[in-house]
Design a protein around this ligand. Sequence first.
Ligand SMILES: Nc1ncnc2c1ncn2[C@@H]1O[C@H](COP(=O)(O)OP(=O)(O)O)[C@@H](O)[C@H]1O
Ligand SMILES: [Mg+2]
Length: 262
Amino acid sequence: MMPVLDVKALSKNFGGLRALNEVDMTIDAGEIVALIGPNGAGKTTFFNCITSIYTPTEGTVNFTPLGKERTLVNGMKPNLVTQLGMARTFQNIRLFKNMTVLENVMIARHCRTKAGILGALLRPPSVVQEEREIVQRSYDLLKYIGLHKLYDEQASNLSYGAQRRLEIARALATEPSLLLLDEPAAGMNPQETAELVELILRIRKEFNVAILLIEHDMSLVMKLSERIYVMEYGCLISQGTPEEVRKDPRVIKAYLGEDAHA
Ligand SMILES: Nc1ncnc2c1ncn2[C@@H]1O[C@H](COP(=O)(O)OP(=O)(O)O)[C@@H](O)[C@H]1O
Ligand SMILES: [Mg+2]
């Protein structure tokens, strides 16, 4: 079977800095994969390159959404990559803070509707019907992640952990084949982190989605991931199952030895 994500020799330079150096990665349908490594290793840059927010200096990113053709993502507009079925959350939460919780999910849903933003503003009857469905689907998603009771709350009033979950709901609203999570547990307390593990496992099962997550919380990474890629200074230095990676001397030296936090 074709992998969902197939990255070959991906490099990214920022002036003289080589933030990514010939990175290869494949992710199969429904897999949960972690990308770990010290701060500044290039993990977020990798997300920005595969979602086409950044243009890679070299290399290719091929994406094969469920039931669709393999597509070269390089050079595509980021919103088209989302439409193809790649969704993400951000290391620094990016919600519409002045909108309600429900509106934040509804906005994302528009990428899957016929009317688009313009139709939503002009509102012919077909759009009114579609709009109702958007409200319903968005509310259902909130229910799924346990935020439906706060649907009318302003997003900025949510706790930090709830905002991170809302970002995940918003990503799911686009019906992704690949979900990218950039440090989803950052700033969460142990209780919220435990709930997040449950949520991610449920999402994979019920949404039939592959998940790539960047995370520093090693217990979460070890619990969730089927495979792990380890990056340092823009290069992959190890990859394999959690057991393989945990035992790799290069990883112990570069990452796990380093105060267990990076
Ligand atoms: N837009 C940018 N312009 C210049 N340098 C950048 C930019 N984005 C990231 N970098 C640099 O690239 C390196 C990798 O950063 P990043 O991908 O954010 O690392 P990580 O997410 O692994 O902590 C860092 O040295 C960072 O300063
Ligand atoms: Mg980062």
